[in-house]
Design a protein around this ligand. Structure first.
Ligand SMILES: [Mn+2]
Length: 244
């Protein structure tokens, strides 16, 4: 008898469930557009985090997937940074990780920006993380369903080019009524991605006392490939904001 465990059943999203996730993501994308305009020299992470929360209320989706992460400068090296009194400076990395819920279904997105022209190291890190995203997605586009293989595709690239210690979390996770659900992209994961599950792809690189970059999209796993549910550009040019 082939019995499915509850987490396996829950991972596969119905049309209605998927619609809720996509709606939540579209609202988060509006908030991201708005919050970029709020960045100015001297603004505090906490002020920006409050702006994000208020924007979700304004757009009718007040129940967030998790408390928003807003990290400026070297704070972006901390994977779970809590918004603080830190003030934005020219040249800072700016990391946002947030999402909201629609009818209990979560969205999740991370974007990293540079407030003014990034230096060579910031650029190199950004392009490395972007490449890791592309490699993982290309693997899935070839029909790969083994979560561990997808994780190592991105992880091996980052290890080889940036050292073994700078990417210390899973490549991604399932998303549904809870923000982290089965299956998981992790180095030793034996999970097989079911068609119809929603996953994040979120490689990152973190350098203590310098800063980090994480880029996170949500994708729908399809029979032979995937559909990207995140409609925000992530090329380097889009990541560079005017600092004023
Ligand atoms: Mn995530």
């Amino acid at each position: 008898m082939n019995t499915k465990l509850i987490h396996e059943v829950r991972a596969v999203k119905s049309k209605k469930e998927l619609e809720n996730i996509i709606k939540a993501q579209r609202i988060a994308e509006r908030v991201l557009e708005d919050v970029k305009k709020e960045l100015h020299i001297g603004v505090k992470e906490l002020e920006i985090a409050n702006f994000i929360k208020n924007s979700f209320v304004k757009y009718g989706a007040p129940i967030l997937s998790f408390p928003p992460i807003v990290a400026f400068g070297k704070n972006s090296a901390n994977i779970h940074h809590e918004p603080s009194e830190s003030k934005l400076k020219k040249g800072d990395t700016v990391m946002f990780d947030f999402g909201t819920t629609v009818n209990h279904y979560c969205s999740d997105m991370t974007r990293t920006f540079f407030f003014g022209e990034p230096n060579a190291k910031q650029k190199k890190i950004y392009l490395g993380v972007l490449k890791a995203t592309e490699l993982a997605m290309a693997k899935i586009a070839k029909g790969e369903k083994k979560a561990g293989v997808v994780d190592s595709t991105a992880r091996n690239f980052l290890k080889k080019n940036f050292g073994p210690k700078n990417f210390q979390h899973g490549l991604g996770h399932g998303v549904g009524t809870v923000i982290h659900e089965w299956p998981n992209f992790k180095p030793k994961s034996t999970d097989i991605l079911p068609v119809g599950c929603v996953m994040t792809i979120e490689p990152g690189l973190y350098f203590k006392n310098f800063g980090g970059v994480r880029i996170e999209d949500m994708i729908l796993i399809t029979k032979n490939s995937y559909t990207n549910l995140t409609k925000v550009p992530k090329d380097l040019k889009s990541a560079i904001l005017k600092a004023e």
